[in-house]
Structure formats: structure tokens, C-alpha cells
Design a protein around this ligand. Structure first.
Ligand code: F6P
Length: 319
């Protein structure tokens, strides 16, 4: 293998730059050239790519976002789009591709391998919703951003003796909400993986109030609905005024944590190693702190499992 390419696709995640850097430098170690594809699959179909030197990935390990830009492409979902991409890769003499992104990006990678082009996936998304890996790149940074925001909101919640409802990202997964809720000591956590019982939420608010607690933090994963909706429900049932904060895209930015930089560095290098070994249609993952690789088809056939014992623990600790 002499020449490979790397792209980032879907929602950006802190640590993607560290993964690009690792892929470029691991490949250089093996005297393999790396091309960076700009704007995800959109750029791939247009042949928007350039060689990345060792120096071109210097000074990015600590930067959020992705130096290769990212996009979500409708055209690439079609057979014609995928064939265009393979044609561009072949035209540039590229022999293997690394895709850093979420499950949508992995479906694209799967299609490229099926069309005879060896592709490896690296899980990069703040949602932590990819099966077969304990963590995805960006999750830890987003989690820390959320916890920092909740700590600040807690100060004002305490001062004004109010209930705050905070909506966090995660698409259909509750990991960000759950882990942030446990780490920030939220009174209630609403996630798609557990039933949302409004009576229970209200009872928890009342029971805290009876013990003299006059403020509460409720975290709502975007996958269960909007924080504004739950604020209305609480108002209807209790008459209490609440305040709503939607954290939004602030969760996707910022300098990656040490954990995400390490994870990205390990995964970026592992993806290059897999291509050198002649493997394709694999995703890199981390399980019990060991870097592993899994068949992408097998991974995508599974559903991401949130650790419900953490949910039970958070409920026990937030009485
Ligand atoms: O997948 C990452 C993510 O940030 C989700 O948590 C969120 O639902 C979605 O992307 C938002 O997408 P966009 O940036 O296109 O609004």
C-alpha cells in the first residue's frame, strides 16, 4: 500500500483532528502517502483532496472541529454517488480510505467496500451511539462541556431556588444526558432508553422540596423531546415556573480532552495498520481500554446499548 486517504463526515467532534494527525503520521512511519479529502463524501465525489504532509497536521492535536471540514451528503447515498467517489479515489491512485464519523458515515464506508474499495471506519461523534465500541471520539469532550455548563447553571439555580431543565444533544441516544446527569448530580435524567414517567419526575421534585431542597436540575436528552415541552408539563402539574436551557452546538466545539486526544491517536494509528494488513470493511473500536476492530456490517446490524445500570445508579444517588 503506497497511498491512502482520510476524510471526516457527519457532525464534527472534538478529537477528529487528533485522529487525522495520527493517521498521517502512522502512515508516514510506514512510508505511505496520505491524502486529505475535504468536505466529507461531498468532496470525495468531486475529487476535492490534497496530500497531507507530516507538517500539515502539526499544531492541530488540541484543536476542536476538523481541518478537513465535514458535510452530510444526500448524493453519496445513491449508487451513482458512490461510484463517482470510487472513480475519484482510483483516479488519484489511492488504495485505501479511512472515514472518521458516525453511523451514517459508516454506512457510506460499508458501500465503498462493497464496491471493491477498502475502507476503514473510525467512530467520531459526540453522541457515543456506535455499537461495539465503549467510546466514540468527541463524547468525553462534549460530556465535560455539558458538565461545566450545568455546574454554572446550578449556581444560579441555587441562588434563585429554581428548577432548571437542560436539553442536551445525543440524537436518539441518551449517553450524553445520562453521564452528564450522573457527573453533575442532576435530580432527574430523561433518556430515550428509559420510560419517561411525568408522575415520577414530579414526585421527585416534590420529595426534594419536602426535604427543603428548593432547586432542581432536570436533564433532557434531545431524543425524548424538547426541554420546553417538559417545562410546560411541569408547569401544568405543579404550577411551578422553570427555566429552560438548550445547550445546542456549544457541545460540539472546543479543545478535545486528554481522553479524546488519546483515543483519537490510538484509533487513527490502528486504522492505518488495518489497511496495511489488507483489511477492509472494519471499524476501529475501544473495548475495556483495548483497541479492537470489528466488521462494520456486524456493528451496524446491532443497536448501541446504553448502560442502564448507570441510569439506576444516578436515580439512587439523586434522591
Ligand atoms: O450527531 C451529532 C449531533 O450533534 C447530534 O447530537 C445532533 O442531533 C445533530 O448532530 C445535530 O446536527 P446538525 O449539526 O446538522 O444540526
Amino acid at each position: 500500500m503506497r497511498k491512502i486517504a482520510v476524510l471526516t463526515s457527519g457532525g464534527d467532534a472534538p478529537g477528529m483532528n487528533a485522529a487525522i494527525r495520527a493517521a498521517v503520521r502512522r502512515a508516514a512511519f510506514h512510508e505511505i502517502q496520505v491524502y486529505g479529502v475535504y468536505h466529507g463524501y461531498t468532496g470525495l465525489m468531486q475529487g476535492d483532496m490534497q496530500e497531507l504532509s507530516i507538517g500539515s497536521v502539526g499544531d492541530i492535536i488540541h484543536r476542536g472541529g476538523t481541518m478537513l471540514y465535514s458535510a452530510r451528503s444526500e448524493e453519496f447515498k445513491s449508487e451513482a454517488g458512490q461510484l463517482k467517489a470510487v472513480e475519484q479515489l482510483r483516479k488519484h491512485g489511492i488504495e485505501g480510505l479511512i472515514v472518521i464519523g458516525g453511523d451514517g458515515s459508516f454506512r457510506g464506508a460499508q458501500q465503498l467496500t462493497k464496491k471493491g474499495f477498502p475502507t476503514i471506519g473510525i467512530p467520531g461523534t459526540i453522541d457515543n451511539d456506535i455499537p461495539c465500541t465503549d467510546f466514540t471520539i468527541g463524547f468525553d469532550t462534549a460530556l465535560n462541556t455539558i458538565v461545566d455548563a450545568i455546574d454554572k447553571i446550578r449556581d444560579t439555580a441555587t441562588s434563585h431556588e429554581r428548577t432548571y431543565i437542560i436539553e442536551v444533544m445525543g440524537r436518539d441516544a441518551g449517553d450524553l444526558a445520562l453521564w452528564a446527569g450522573l457527573a453533575a448530580g442532576a435530580e432527574s435524567i430523561m433518556i430515550p432508553e428509559a420510560d419517561q414517567d411525568m408522575d415520577d419526575i414530579v414526585e421527585r421534585l416534590y420529595s426534594g422540596y419536602r426535604r427543603g431542597k428548593k432547586h432542581s436540575i432536570i436533564i433532557v436528552a434531545e431524543g425524548v423531546g424538547s426541554a420546553a415541552h417538559y417545562a410546560d408539563e411541569i408547569k401544568k402539574r405543579t404550577g411551578w415556573e422553570t427555566r429552560v436551557t438548550v445547550l445546542g452546538h456549544i457541545q460540539r466545539g472546543g479543545s478535545p480532552t486528554a481522553f479524546d486526544r488519546m483515543l483519537a491517536s490510538r484509533m487513527g494509528a490502528a486504522a492505518v495498520d488495518l489497511l496495511i494488513e489488507g483489511k477492509a470493511d472494519r471499524m476501529v473500536g475501544i473495548q475495556n481500554n483495548e483497541i479492537v476492530d470489528i466488521d462494520i456490517d456486524e456493528a451496524l446490524a446491532q443497536k448501541h446499548q446504553l448502560n442502564l445500570s448507570v441510569y439506576q445508579l444516578a436515580r439512587t444517588l439523586s434522591i
